[in-house]
Design a protein around this ligand. Structure first.
Ligand SMILES: Nc1nc2c(ncn2[C@@H]2O[C@H](COP(=O)(O)OP(=O)(O)OP(=O)(O)O)[C@@H](O)[C@H]2O)c(=O)[nH]1
Ligand SMILES: [Mg+2]
Length: 296
C-alpha cells in the first residue's frame, strides 16, 4: 500500500483532552496537560511514525470566549490550524453533555466544509456511550466517529489506522527521528508551567508565563537552566513562592524530575519569580513571552 502522510489538527474546547490524546497516540509526552482549562497556549506539532504513513498532529489551544489578548491569540492560533490541515479531529468529552462551545466548533467545521472526524474522548468515565455523539452529528458531517480514552488508550490504535487511511498518499514531512517541532527552551518552560498549573488555582495558572534566561551544559551530565516565572500581581508572586519558599521549591523539584527523565541527565533549575502587570494584554510582552501574533 502507498505511504500516507498529512496534517491532523486536534481541535476542541478547553479541557476535553486534546494534549493528553496527542501524548497517548505518540507514546511520549510532548505537550503538557492539566485539569485546568486553557492549558495549551501554542500550536504544538507531534509526529506519529507508522509503517503505513506519517501523521503530523497539531495540538491547539482550546477554543473559548477570549477575555484577554493572550486568549485572542490562543483562539486564533487554533482557528488558523483548522484551515491548514488535511483533516480536523474535533475532540469532545463524551462523558459530558455538549456545551455551547462544543456545538459552536461543530458549526464552524460545517461552515468551513473541511474534512473532519469526531473524537469522543474520556470514554473511561462512563459505562455507556450510545447516543452521546448525536448532538454533534446533528451540527456537522463527520467522515468518521471514534469513541476513545486517552487515559486508558482504549480505541486509539484503530483510530490512528483509520486516520492514516483518510490522509493523502505522499512522502513523509519529517525525518524518522522527529517527534515534535518545539525548541528545547519552549519545552522546558512548558514543563515548569505544567507544575505551576498543578500546584496553584484560580487566576494564578492563567497569569503565569515563563522565559528561559540562561541555559548551559555545565558538563556532559549536567544542564543548568535559569528561568523567570512571570505573574501579574504581587499577591500571585507570593503564592508561587509560598511560605518560606516552599511552593517554588516544590515546583522546581517536580519540573526537575520530569526534565531529568526527558533529557537523561541532571538538571539544575534556578527559578525566579517576577511581576509584570497585565502582560496578557500587552503586545510587546506577549511577543517576548512566546505568544507572537500569528502570521497573517
Ligand atoms: N478520565 C480521563 N481523563 C482524561 C482523558 N483525557 C484527558 N483527561 C484529563 O482531562 C484533563 C484535561 O486534559 P488536557 O489534555 O490538558 O486537555 P486539553 O483539551 O488539551 O485542554 P486545553 O489545552 O486547555 O485546551 C486532564 O486532567 C487530563 O488528565 C481521558 O481519556 N479520560
Ligand atoms: Mg491542551
Amino acid at each position: 500500500m502507498a505511504f500516507k502522510s498529512g496534517y491532523v489538527a486536534l481541535i476542541g474546547r478547553p479541557n476535553v483532552g486534546k494534549s493528553t490524546l496527542l501524548n497517548a497516540v505518540l507514546g511520549r509526552k510532548v505537550a503538557i496537560a492539566s485539569a485546568k482549562p486553557q492549558t495549551t497556549r501554542n500550536r504544538i506539532r507531534g509526529v506519529l511514525h507508522d509503517p503505513a504513513g506519517q501523521i503530523v498532529f497539531v495540538d491547539t489551544p482550546g477554543i473559548h470566549q477570549p477575555r484577554t489578548k493572550l486568549d485572542e491569540r490562543m483562539v486564533s492560533a487554533a482557528e488558523r490550524a483548522l484551515r491548514e490541515v488535511d483533516l480536523i479531529a474535533h475532540v469532545v468529552d463524551v462523558s459530558k453533555p455538549p456545551r455551547d462551545e462544543d456545538l459552536a466548533i461543530a458549526k464552524m467545521i460545517a461552515h468551513l466544509r473541511h474534512p473532519a472526524v469526531l473524537v469522543g474522548n474520556k470514554s473511561d468515565l462512563v459505562d455507556r456511550t450510545e447516543g452521546r455523539l448525536d448532538p454533534y452529528r446533528a451540527q456537522a458531517e463527520y467522515l468518521e466517529e471514534f469513541v476513545v480514552s486517552a487515559e486508558t488508550e482504549q480505541g486509539l490504535e484503530p483510530m490512528v489506522q483509520k486516520l492514516l487511511s483518510l490522509l493523502p498518499e505522499g512522502a513523509p514531512y519529517f525525518p524518522e527521528d522527529t517527534v515534535t517541532d518545539q525548541t528545547e527552551d519552549f519545552y522546558i518552560t512548558e514543563v515548569i508551567r505544567e507544575k505551576i498549573l498543578e500546584q496553584t488555582r484560580d487566576e494564578v495558572p492563567h497569569s503565569v508565563a515563563i522565559t528561559i534566561e540562561e541555559r548551559v551544559q555545565r558538563s556532559e551530565t549536567l544542564m543548568y537552566v535559569r528561568a523567570a516565572i512571570y505573574v501579574e500581581r504581587d499577591t500571585q508572586k507570593a503564592i508561587v513562592i509560598g511560605n518560606q519558599g516552599q511552593m517554588l521549591k516544590r515546583i522546581g523539584l517536580l519540573a526537575r524530575k520530569d526534565l531529568e527523565e526527558y533529557y537523561g541527565k541532571k538538571v539544575y533549575l534556578d527559578l525566579w519569580v517576577k511581576v509584570r502587570g497585565h502582560w496578557r494584554d500587552q503586545d510587546a510582552w506577549l511577543k517576548r513571552l512566546g505568544y507572537a501574533q500569528p502570521e497573517a
